[in-house]
Design a protein. Sequence first.
Length: 128
Amino acid sequence: MKNIENLDVLRMWVSDKKKDGTPIVDFRGNPARKVSIKVKQYQGKYLYSFPSSKQDDPIFAIAPNTQIKAIVWENNGFVNFKLPTRMDFLEERVKDLEDAVFESANTREFSEEELTLPEDNPDDTPDF
C-alpha cells in the first residue's frame, strides 16, 4: 500500500544530465528531466523523482519552502518520490474506510442470541 506523506521542501534541483554528464532520457528515449528535493522529514537525504519528458509535469512546479504531498519509498539505498495521482488518494480513502469498518466490527460484542444459529424446523420451510 502506498503511503502519502506531507513533506516540507527545503531545496529543489532539476537536472537534465546524469552524474557522468550524459543526458537523461525517458523509457522512450526522449530527452527528460529529473527532480531532486531535500526535505525536513528525511534529515538531509535527497529524494529523487523518475525522469519526465513532459514540460508541464506538476513535479517541476515544486518550490522550495513549500509543503507537498508525495509517495516516498526506498530502493537500493536511494529514497525516491512521486506526486500522488487521484487514484492514490482514492486508495488511501478506501483503506481508511476499510480500517474503520473492520475495527468497529472487531470490537463489537455480540449477544448470545445473535451468535446462535436457528434450529432447522421443517414447518418453517417455504412452499414453492
